[in-house]
Design a protein around this ligand. Sequence first.
Ligand SMILES: [Zn+2]
Length: 308
Amino acid sequence: MTQQQTQSVVYCPKMRAIILSALAIAPMLLATAAPARADEEKHSIVWNQVRTPSPGAAQAIGGYAHGCLSGGVALTLDGPGYQVMRPARRRYFGHPVLIDYLKKFGERVYSARLPLVALGDLAQARGGPMNFGHASHQSGLDVDIWLRLDLPLLPRNQRDSLKEVTLVNGATHGVLHPGWTDAHAKLLRLAAADSRVDRIFVNPAIKNELCRKAGPDRGWLRLIRPWYGHDDHFHVRLSCPHDSPLCEPQKPLPEGDGCGAELQSWMAEAHPPRPKKPGTQHSPPDPELPLACYRVIVAAEPTFSTTH
Ligand SMILES: [Zn+2]
């Protein structure tokens, strides 16, 4: 950054304190060329308080549960086929590939005359660890999509207090009737019908229902993976984009539709509809972020007004 650029950027006091605290640890990390294991909560507080994406080219950095997002983009809060819930959380940022995926998904939902889709969390402005709710969603490639299909388009100030609704019967380990409909199955199939999707997490009971009802065209079921929780939303994860060499892919999925032994092993166990504590949905949190993420978090945050 040139001196002229430095002078033209205005910082709010709170942001200045955050950046200074991040800068305080950055030289040590850069000098050792290896990020020190730091307190996860301290990290998440810094990451959730940065309100704007970092400048520069878009990149998903690191893993889904230990990474960050450079050059993120905000998803418009309403579009054909979708609305973003809980906008006050400011978790509606993603890699441009995720934003494009969601816009196209919404258009296909709209064209198929399916009900309006309620989108949950994507990522924070620069990704990174969150202070509650998710272990993953850190690199701008994850999104939660609610299973509630009863919501009209709501004013933005009415979207923060609404709750998700479970569609899984915890006693029978099946989907709830009434509740689960063909529209839910169609929605999941639409969500999977994009080559950028790496996998979609659902509750084992939901995968079981999809397996039972699917006809001969079952290839898409391979992407639908059973996991803890996910009884009131499903979680779409995109593959690493081509522009992101530091993005860490997950292991490839096994062959087949996943309706056999693996699913039965999940069904044989009692899985509570919700994880025991927040943040355990997909994998344990890993506070060891890639070094490149420190450059993302310390990049200056310009402000365009004097009020916050
Ligand atoms: Zn999720």
